[in-house]
Structure formats: structure tokens, C-alpha cells
Design a protein around this ligand. Sequence first.
Ligand code: ZN
Length: 452
Amino acid sequence: MKLKYCFYNNVLRVNIIWIGIDDTDSVSGGCTTYVIYSLIQKLVEQEYDIIGYPRLVRLNPNIPWKTRGNGALALQIGRSIGKTIRIGSTHNQNIVACSILKKDLSSSEYTAVKSLVQSIIERYAKTDDQNTNPGFVLLNKKPSQRLYTTAVQEIVHLTDVVSLLKSHDALYKGYKNKRGLIGATAAIAWSPRSDKTFELITYREQDRWGTKRIVDNDSVQQMDKACTNTFDNYDYTNKHNRLVPHSPCPILYGIRGEHPTDLISAKSMIISEQTMGFLLFETNQGTDDHLQKKTIQDIQPYQSVIVSGTVVSPPRTIPGGHVLFSIDDATGTIDCAAYEPTKQFRNVIRELTIGDRVDVYGGVREQPITVNLEKINIRSLIQIREKTENPVCSRCGKHMKSRGTNQGYKCKRCGTTKNKPKTKPRKRSIKTGFYEVPVCARRHLSKPLKRM
Ligand SMILES: [Zn+2]
């Protein structure tokens, strides 16, 4: 059905509205998930129904102009009936969602929702930040999943998104350079069918925004141990509480996990300051959706890749504590890096040696082109031999003497020479298998080994 045609006849009926929002936050505060939280409350007040969970969709983490986590939001609304699910709360009132559609929305409701979204964005978006370029999109049909795949793995151009929006008769608005339209549309295009996780996000009372957060570390550790279906909660080695963000945004904490019900029970274990409420998001976090299998010659900057290769230069630590090494496959050679924030992970990397076979997982930095490691699968370790003693003369049965560095050995009695000493295999201190960066250095999209 063509929107324009229907407006002329005033008979447009849409059964659902997809709302996509992106890039309303800035490094100094704000949070697109809070914009959705506020929007949902307004929509519910106006008797729209939320269909399913709101979606928090992380996009290409290597994009140089991203604000923070490069997360966009999507929400489906309509008029529905039947069983409801609890997706959040606000000031002790439950927020629910439904799944069965009851009746269609009219064209005037479609435009009314647009005005509502616009007023919320204009109220909360941090447009004074030069890197914040908000956008919102209303669609009554999901765009192809391909748009999401490109947006999480590559770079999507604004002109392509705008022509897609026009061909889908979308209602939309982009602010400043309008880049937010890309994420807003891509978030709607995401389908959680192949893999997904959930995040429960709690929000602070407004008078506490920007103040020190009160979240009890011990309760987070207890929850982490008890709720095995959650992940990336606490980094025991680095004493880092990953639940709590470090920007002055309205979020108190977020818990990531496999199932919404587990997250609600996990939340009940966290001791913290009073919250305004919470919202559950369906997300692509922890799915590795950003990664593509590549040969070295095909790697492009800003992608995230899985590459199989053989270590060709031994790991070296450079100023700043970063550890670099190179691998090659039949097509080329590339540097890999375990940066300082990856902490103990670097100790594994330092143990690699020339000849080891590995699969590296990580984002590609442009200058110089380097794979920034998120995890590594050590497929095979070569045997390293170490000298035990000088060789023994086969004729005389006596130990030979060294002739100097790299000059081999010689028997003092009969003059027999040998090049190599006696050796034994040295025990490698690492084993084959997967190693990942610690929780404190984890990227939103990286699939924790716990989920593999
Ligand atoms: Zn001899």
C-alpha cells in the first residue's frame, strides 16, 4: 500500500509502527535508552500498546564518528489484545507489552506518533554536542535485514538510507548531519531470530543524575555467582563492576543475560540507591554479529574480522604496554594487538611464538592496519626445545665442548664435530583453545566465551 495514495483517500491503515531512534546522547550525558523509556511512558499514556520488547541494537563498533557504544533503539507499537509480558516499570507501575494485534492504526495516529517522538527527541537529545547527530524513523514495514548486517559490519551511507526511507514511505527526521537516521533505520532492520540476548537497564531518579552512583559491589558479585544466565557482570581480577556506566547518564546499571525473567530476578539481588524503574531490551549484544571471516588480503579498515593464520613475528611489548605480533595466511601478513586495557589477556599473547596457529577475532584499526584483539583461538602450539647439555661424542662417549656462539661443538679427544646440543621439549605455559579479553575490556557486541 502506498502511503501517499492512502492519505489522499484518508484510508491509510497501518497495523504496526516501528520507531527507530539513534544518536541522541553525547559523551557528557544523555542516553538513547532513556529517550525510549520516556517515549514508552508517553505512548502508554496515550493508549498505544507496546508490541514485544524494545530493541537495543549495537552497530559497527569501529566507526570513527560514533558517540559512545554505537547503540540504536527500535520499538514496535500498535493496538493489541491478549496476554501481556512485563517489560519494565516506572515508579512502581508495570510497563507491559503484547504480541497479538487487535486493530489497525489510522493515518492520523501515525502522524500523531511522529509528533510525539519528535517532541521527546527534541527535549532529550544532546544536540549541542558536535558529535551528536540525532535521527528518528517511523516505518510500517521492516526494511531488509541486509541493512542491519551492513550497519553492524561495514559502513552505511546516509544517501542509501534516505532513498530506502523514501521508497518505504517512512516518516522521519534527521538533525544536523542526520547521521542518526542510519542507526535508527538499521535498528528496525535487525531481526533477533538467529541470536539475541537481553539487557535490563535501571534508571536513576532525575535529582541524582550526574552524582556518584550507589550500587553495592558485593551484591553484584553475589548476583553474578547466583545468576549463571547473566554475563559480563563483574571482573574479579580487575575489581571492575561492569554493570555501572561511568558517564553522567540517567542509567544506574544494566544487567545482560539470556532471558528476561532471569534478569528480573538478578535485579532483585542488587542493592542500590532507589531507582525510577527499569526497562528490558532485546539486544544483539554478546552475539559476535559484527565479525566476518576474512583472509588477510580482504581485510578493510573499520571491519571486525575472524582471521586464521600462523604467528610470524614474536609478540613484543611497545611503550604504553600494548603487545603486538603478526600473523600470515596464504594471502598476506597483518599485525595483531592486545592493547593495554586488555590487561591479563596480554600475558597469554606474550606466550605465543613463531609457528603457532591461531584464529584472531577483533576490530580493524586503520592506521596502521591492525587487528585489535577481542579474543583468540589458539589452534596449535609448536614444540619449543631447550638445551639440556652439550652433545656427547658418539665415538668417545664424552661431552663435547662449545666452539663459541653459533659455532657448534667439538670433541676434545677425537675432533668429531656436531652442530646441535642435547635438547628437551619445553613445556608451553599456554594451552590450545579460546582466550578472551577480561570483562572490563569487553565490547558490547563480543560474544563472551560463556555463551559459545
Ligand atoms: Zn670423541
